[in-house]
Design a protein around this ligand. Structure first.
Ligand code: MEV
Length: 422
């Protein structure tokens, strides 16, 4: 039987589930039951979620947790986090508390501009194109007036339109490279609408528009988060040795790409969790962050460490294109609640909070890696998952959790203990 289907999106939800269960599963009833188990009993709320995408069958839960005690520029925040990784929220909370007694996080937004490009082909003389662009430039701004009107009222809009000759890389290839300020919105729809209006106005018989699209590379929409304290205040058995090893770990990530990717992945554990909780676009943030990590031609650490005059300083520079208005931010009730929890921040403030979450996560990972090793904390947090996988009951869970207090958890160790108790 052919499984290619036409008009799937037009089917009702029930018909879609039935078709899916019939064609791709052996246990049709159980499949439909599992899908239905995640429906929200509030029909209006379910409809809201159904409408986010096409062919919604149900919802997919991820835990929503909070990390308190984030002291950022002298304000204390409780940071909402959505993630499936057991240790992320625990690590963020621990490190937030640690730095709250050492001056907290200091953050600075270094830039907020974003880029969009109209990519086009032109085979004529480049001087003629430059002349055409110069005569057209004010028209291009005018062509976007109806789109930019509201944004301009909020202090944003198009900041600059440049003509860029790329013919040395690809024959006949030019761009209109446009700089935007989108204030509290992430601005993807705004930028793309402006670009299409510009492209329509700019095209002529000799100019073939290939595409118009924003760039997720946002090196000038950048934020810095930093922590620092006297080395002696770092605590532990030997804070000087700790600071040294920590410094080495960051240095390794700045020169060794295999390590840098994992190092930055740890940063993104913190960043993505808050990006998701606030209804922002984590794919855009991921793409932009990793591109920024490669800006010098080699993939490097996004964070830096300095030890100077007895002071330990650790900081992170990361590009973050975020919105606190528009998109899902007010539509998804949990994203809305997350933003309320953060005192309804501007996009700039949210950049700062999220960068602090990224730095905290990186600090937690490096502290664990350079001292006890990562598995100690990871497996402790993962213990409940293993117990759930094994189908342990409440009493077994309690006994096994108590048994592993102060010990390093391993999968085989938990299985052995579970068997022993049975
Ligand atoms: C795991 O999700 C993240 C870490 O691997 C990050 C790191 O190695 O720095 C622990």
């Amino acid at each position: 039987m052919s499984k290619v289907i036409s008009g799937f999106s037009k089917l009702s939800k029930q018909e879609k589930m039935d078709w899916l269960a019939e064609n791709y599963f052996n246990n049709e009833e159980a499949v439909v039951k599992t899908i239905q188990q995640y429906w929200n009993s509030d029909e209006q709320l379910q409809q809201l979620h159904d409408d986010f995408i096409e062919n919604t069958l149900t919802n997919f839960y991820l835990p929503f947790g909070v990390a308190p005690n984030f002291l950022i520029n002298k304000e204390t925040y409780v940071v909402p986090m959505v993630t499936e990784e057991s240790s992320v929220v625990a690590a963020a909370s621990l490190v937030a508390k640690f730095w709250s007694t050492r001056g907290g996080f200091k953050t600075t937004v270094l830039g907020t501009t974003k880029i969009g490009q109209v990519h086009f082909m032109y085979a004529g003389a480049s001087d003629d194109l430059i002349a055409y662009f110069n005569t057209k430039k004010s028209d291009l701004y005018a062509a976007t007036a109806s789109i930019t009107q509201n944004m301009e009222k909020r202090g944003g809009g198009i900041l600059e339109i440049e003509l860029v000759d790329k013919t040395d890389k690809l024959e006949h290839y030019y761009q209109l490279h446009i700089t935007f300020e989108t204030k509290d919105s992430m601005g993807a729809n705004f930028i793309n609408s402006c670009l299409e209006a510009v492209a329509n106005n700019f095209r002529n018989e000799q100019i073939e528009i290939v595409m118009s699209i924003l760039s997720n590379y946002v090196p000038n929409c950048l934020v810095r988060a930093e922590v620092s304290c006297p080395i002696a205040d770092l605590g532990g058995d030997d804070p000087y040795k700790f600071a040294d090893k920590f410094y080495q770990a960051v240095k390794i990530a700045s020169i060794e790409p295999y390590r840098a990717v994992t190092h930055n992945k740890g940063i993104m554990n913190g960043i993505d969790a808050v990006v998701l909780a606030t209804g922002n676009d984590f794919r855009a943030v991921e793409a932009g962050a990793h591109a920024y990590a490669s800006k010098e031609g080699q993939y490097k650490s996004l964070s830096f460490c300095e030890i100077d005059n007895g002071i330990f300083k650790f900081w992170l520079d990361v590009p973050l294109a975020l919105g606190t208005v528009g998109g899902l931010t007010s539509l998804h009730p949990m994203a809305k609640l997350s933003l309320e929890m953060l005192q309804n921040p501007s996009a700039k403030r949210l950049m700062e909070i999220i960068a602090a979450a990224g730095l905290a996560q990186n600090f937690a990972a490096l502290r664990a890696l350079t001292t006890k090793g990562i598995q100690h904390g990871h497996m402790k947090m993962h213990l409940q998952n293993i117990l759930n996988q094994l189908g342990a009951n409440a009493l077994q869970k309690e006994k096994i959790t108590n048994y592993f207090k102060g010990k390093t958890v391993s999968h085989s160790g938990v299985v052995a203990k579970f068997e022993e108790l049975k």
